[in-house]
Design a protein around this ligand. Structure first.
Ligand code: B12
Length: 210
């Protein structure tokens, strides 16, 4: 039995090489790729988030952990994307204007991609106008907005307003997420749904499109 807590620990320590080695071991031990990601890699990153919050870890360490987590994810990704790749829908995803956090958004993007959606990732600090252009250029059916700051949550509202002004609101499903986001907030700003993590995001978008 592979001990996933070791992988989490290596993420917390920001030990790139150890994360790669342990991820390889987990893959060789036939651990489900999604379990490696959710319980091992993201599990570790969640603890990093909690420790950062109480000033027990600092920015450079957080970034090293994120880098280590990504190294592991890169190894697991090909296994997830290996299945048949039908396009279940096109999702335009990005972190809203003013916000540079991209770890959670990228995880959501990756999980959607691995579940058969086409994902266009616009990156971070994405203006409402860039979301509009992204939807038009790629014929997007879903817009996924991420925000990690209480201040940038408001940019989700303005993005939805600009979608409305552009006549696109009725044509796309809007889902939102990020640590400070709640279902209440989603209801308040007129989003179609909220999900608390990457796996729930896949369930949500599947439900919203059906
Ligand atoms: C890493 C981090 C950073 C890194 C970001 C690096 C990067 N490339 O992303 C750096 C160091 C750059 C950073 C900067 C800042 N940060 Co910061 N950061 C964090 C930290 C520790 C972890 C965030 C993270 O990656 N979590 C791990 C991922 C996996 O989780 P997640 O993002 O929540 O995503 C999951 C879900 O939320 C959901 N999800 C996310 N997006 C979406 C989208 C959709 C559509 C859906 C459905 C779901 C979904 O699924 C994801 C996967 O499960 C958090 C603390 C925390 N506990 O969240 C603070 C935190 C978010 N940061 C904070 C702050 C204040 C800042 C700064 C302002 C600090 C400063 N003074 O400079 C700057 C802001 C820069 C900017 N303009 O954006 C505060 C925000 C406080 C607030 N309430 O607004 C937090 C909460 C820390 C704290 N407690 O003080 N930060």
């Amino acid at each position: 039995m592979f001990d996933l807590s070791l992988l989490g620990k290596a993420v917390i320590e920001g030990d790139n090489e150890e994360v790669k080695a342990l991820t390889e071991q987990a893959i060789n031990a036939n651990v489900d790729p999604l379990v490696i990601i959710n319980e091992g890699l993201i599990g570790g990153m969640n603890i990093v988030g909690q420790r950062f919050k109480v000033n027990d870890m600092f920015v450079p360490e957080v970034l090293m952990s994120a880098r280590a987590m990504n190294s592991g994810i890169e190894l697991v990704k090909p296994l997830l994307a290996g299945g048949e790749m039908t396009n279940k829908g096109t999702v335009i995803i990005g972190t809203v204007k003013g916000d540079l956090h991209d770890i959670g958004k990228s995880l959501v993007a990756m999980m959607l991609e691995c579940s058969g959606f086409k994902v266009v990732d616009l990156g971070t600090d994405v203006s409402p106008e860039e979301f509009v252009a992204g939807i038009k250029d790629n014929n997007g059916q879903v817009v996924a907005l991420s925000a990690l700051l209480t201040t940038t949550m408001l940019a989700m509202k303005s993005t939805i307003e600009v979608l409305q002004e552009s006549g696109l609101r009725e044509k796309v499903v809007v889902m939102i997420g990020g640590a400070p986001i709640t279902q209440d907030f989603a209801d308040q700003i007129g989003a179609d749904g909220y999900a608390g993590d990457a796996a729930a995001a896949v369930e949500l978008v599947t439900k919203l499109l059906n």
